[in-house]
Design a protein around this ligand. Structure first.
Ligand code: ZN
Length: 348
């Protein structure tokens, strides 16, 4: 998951992975010798192969390997856990939850499947269910660390709720004066792309993501918010950069995946002067994340703040499988921010 710090009078915003699996997860538990679901040679081989395929982002194949092994050894904890994680990667949240419930039945004391299930509930925007799981962990006897994580999860969910009614038609809260945005007369806006030389192999992916992101927000605005790509950064009002990051393995906060800085010329302007989108990428990351991160950051670049609903692209955390899709709330929000009403006709 990503986490993005909110952009209030929008100075900057961060997009960071939370990776609940890693943050809330425990190290792989080692099956006791007396346990009926002891890790067998079948499981070992399947897990190694699935891990290899997962690393290559071949999730379908990894799932097939685990399904085959589970057919021979149903109820094997490590297989189930790995299987559930892969289902999450594909956005098959309900099936993942069912799998994590099976894990809980095999090893009731282990909270890792509970945290993963909570993560899946969050991705489905089922905040109440995620809360229930976190409370369950708090009430059970268990490790202090697990309770801390459950507490953190509850605070996180509370922060989403604080972002307003998650079922409202849009998430542009409060006074529009509090938002920084471009003037409608500034459009078509000039946009430039820059890719760090070390990432030149991702130039094509990023280029396509940036163009597609602007096109989607433009379509959502009814054709009002149009853009022109320019080759030179100094001619652009929005610059989109793809930068390399080094992953910090010790970090418990997850990865920062993007950041957008908004500039109103130090308050001298009554509207946005310039936006700078930075998408961070490391070579271990799945390039399929880039389009969704870019779509989110371009939303900030245009002046949008965060949504507390996990289904919206402007939700501060990512959700696998990183779909770069705008919801009805996203579309309504950009229209509201720019005062575009349904009776207006798009310019050509
Ligand atoms: Zn954000």
């Amino acid at each position: 998951m990503w986490l993005c710090d909110g952009a209030k009078k929008a100075v900057s915003s961060l997009l960071v992975t939370l990776a609940l699996g890693a943050v809330f997860g425990c190290p792989q538990a080692i099956a006791g010798a007396s346990e009926p679901t002891e890790k067998s040679a079948i499981a070992e081989v399947a897990l190694t192969e699935a891990k290899r395929l997962r690393h290559l982002h071949h999730y379908d194949q990894a799932i097939a390997v685990l399904e085959k092994a589970l057919g021979r050894q149903p109820g094997q904890y490590d297989l189930l856990l790995a299987y559930g994680r892969l289902l999450m990667k594909q956005g098959r949240y309900q099936k993942a939850i069912d799998t994590f419930l099976q894990c809980q039945m095999v090893r009731p004391k282990d909270n890792e499947p509970r945290f993963l299930a909570a993560d899946a509930y969050l991705n489905m925007a089922r905040l109440k269910d995620a809360e229930l799981v976190a409370r369950q962990v708090l009430q059970r006897s268990g490790e202090v660390r697990d309770k801390r994580m459950a507490g953190a999860l509850l605070r996180q969910i509370a922060s989403y709720r604080a972002m307003g009614d998650l079922t409202a038609p849009h998430y542009v809260r409060g006074d529009l004066q509090d938002y920084m945005r471009f003037k409608r007369s500034d459009f078509p806006l000039k946009v430039a792309i820059w890719v760090e030389p070390a990432l030149r192999q991702y130039r094509g992916v990023f280029d396509k993501s940036v163009r597609s992101s602007f096109q989607r927000w433009c379509d959502a605005s009814g054709g009002y918010l149009r853009f022109d790509m320019v080759p030179d950064q100094k001619d652009a009002r929005i610059v989109c950069k793809l930068l390399r990051t080094v992953r910090n393995p010790d970090s418990t906060d997850g990865r920062k995946l993007g950041e957008t800085k908004l500039d109103d010329n130090e308050g001298l302007e009554d509207s946005l002067k310039f936006s700078r989108v930075e998408v961070f990428f490391n070579l271990e990351q799945d390039p399929r994340e880039i389009p969704a991160i870019t779509l989110h950051e371009v939303g900030h670049a245009l002046g949008l703040d965060h949504s507390g609903n996990p289904k919206d692209i402007m939700f501060p955390h990512s959700r696998e499988p990183y779909a770069d899709v705008l919801t009805a709330r996203d579309k309504n929000s950009i229209r509201r921010l720019y005062g575009i009403t349904n009776d207006m006709t798009a310019r050509q």
